[in-house]
Ligand binder design. Structure first.
Ligand SMILES: Cc1cc2nc3c(=O)[nH]c(=O)nc-3n(C[C@H](O)[C@H](O)[C@H](O)COP(=O)(O)OP(=O)(O)OC[C@H]3O[C@@H](n4cnc5c(N)ncnc54)[C@H](O)[C@@H]3O)c2cc1C
Length: 420
């Protein structure tokens, strides 16, 4: 079925001759964020072209992999609004409680969905399943031109926008666009070509992702636990399994990668503790390097960056896709109401609207990791008090819950649909 779809899609894609006059909004990168934007634009009736370097299959796209995504409530609202969630819901597990603590310190913070009047604070979904759902929804798009595998290789300014040179299996194509969207990930070619600098921070940590089965039921609770060696998270999954996210100091990465299953489980157990009893049955282990990369500007002339191309954050805060989807849905909302999608005033509005959410979320992700992992005994009582305050002080709890659910700044309308 997949093969047949991919074939049909290539036929739809075969290049006319040379230049496709008016590719509409040109989205470079069909990862989780670029694909979501393409769908949102199609749903709003905006013609667009999606260029993706990988073959359009969930097992071929780089970010449609083994990572388990914690999707904030706002994200699920947004995915429902653009028709993706019906394809993914059956594979998602609700997160009804969140527990944040630090090894060896007394404070902890807990969030409960019921206390905040909702059925779930968020959902866990394997990235591969979200990728498959996006691909199914992309198949139903009617105004979208899809180009994959196809790699953007050059960009030059053009009369009213950009001219892109794209390499495909059938040869080279040029595409003209009034709005170029860089959704091409952390090492964005578009960002570099636009001359936008990025600020980088190496956490000197490596991250391992695996599925484990704890002895006790997770009861739909997500755990985040900090320690001197870095954070560890456990996310609830179907059939009593949990998605483990284990951060280790960079210099230990090779050693941890070489551990056998028993050694890896023993390390995970030491770092996570015994709240869910013994951890067992580890699945395949995937290592990731961790960096923070933040573009110094979100827009250029008739161009905009979204998702990881705009900001890549530490995965432990589970914010990257959540933030990127809000980029995509805000852009789609603004473009839907405009005569010219690349208009400078529209792009300025986009950057202004995204700033509070982007800066707040990046600061929270970065600050959380730095503060919670600093090996400074003098900070311990303060950290514990801060966690206790988040646990006990009602307005702080509500703020934390709202932000945890992905509502910050001026969110795109699509994510608000189910908010009371
Ligand atoms: C271990 C781990 C766990 C995570 N957990 C969470 C979580 O719980 N919650 C959450 O919200 N986020 C999480 N994230 C972050 C999330 O996965 C990313 O933020 C998200 O995948 C970014 O999507 P993107 O589409 O912006 O970029 P990418 O997924 O990197 O996609 C970029 C796409 O662009 C394509 N591309 C690149 N260059 C070109 C080119 N020249 N021409 C054409 N195509 C090109 C690539 O092939 C790729 O498909 C996690 C990340 C990691 C690593």
């Amino acid at each position: 079925m997949r093969g047949r779809r991919a074939g049909a899609y290539h036929r739809r894609m075969s290049p006319p001759a040379h230049t496709a006059p008016g590719a509409g909004v040109l989205i470079v990168g069909g990862g989780l964020v670029g694909a979501s934007l393409a769908i949102a634009l199609d749903a709003a009736g905006i013609p667009a072209t999606l260029v993706e370097a990988a073959t359009p299959r969930a097992d071929a796209q780089p970010s449609y992999d083994e990572r388990n995504l914690a999707l904030a409530r706002a994200t699920v609202n947004g995915l429902a609004a653009i028709g993706v969630w019906p394809h993914a819901a059956a594979q998602a597990t609700p997160i009804r409680h969140i527990h944040v603590s630090r090894a060896g310190e007394f404070g902890s913070a807990r969030l409960d969905a019921a206390k905040h009047g909702v059925d779930a604070l968020g959902w866990t979904l394997p990235a591969r399943e979200l990728g498959a759902a996006l691909l199914r929804r992309l198949d139903a798009c009617t105004r979208l031109t899809r180009c994959a595998p196809a790699k953007l290789e050059a960009l030059e300014p053009h009369a009213a926008g950009w001219r892109a040179r794209v390499h495909t299996a059938e040869g080279e194509r040029t595409l003209d666009t009034p709005l170029l969207v860089g959704a091409d990930g952390t090492e964005s070619f578009v960002r570099a070509r636009l001359g936008i600098e990025a600020e980088r921070h190496d956490y000197e940590q490596a991250l391992f992702v695996a599925t484990v089965t704890p002895e006790r039921a997770h009861a739909h609770r997500a755990y985040e636990r900090f320690s001197d060696d870095g954070p560890v998270a456990l996310l609830p999954l179907a059939e009593g399994r949990c998605g483990l996210v284990l951060t280790v100091p960079g210099e230990q990465a090779d050693e941890v990668a070489a551990l056998d299953d028993a050694g890896f489980l023993a390390l995970a157990q030491r770092r996570f503790g015994w709240k869910l009893g013994r951890l067992g049955r580890p699945g395949r282990r995937h290592p990731y390097a961790i960096r923070r990369v933040a573009a110094q500007q979100l827009t250029g002339p008739r161009a905009v960056l979204v998702g990881n191309a705009a900001q890549t954050v530490h995965p432990i805060g589970a914010q990257g896709f959540n933030l990127g989807l809000r980029d995509a849905l805000t852009l789609a909302e603004l473009v839907a109401g405009a005569a010219d999608p690349g208009d400078a005033a529209l792009l300025a509005r986009y950057a202004a609207r995204r700033a509070p959410d982007r800066e707040g979320t990046m600061a929270m992700s970065h600050g959380l990791v730095r503060l919670a992992c600093l090996e400074q005994p003098a900070l311990a009582p303060l950290r514990s008090l801060a966690l206790l305050a988040c646990d006990r002080v009602a307005p702080l709890q509500s703020l934390l819950a709202r932000r945890g659910m992905g509502f910050r700044g001026e969110p795109p309308r699509a994510v608000l649909e189910r908010l009371p």
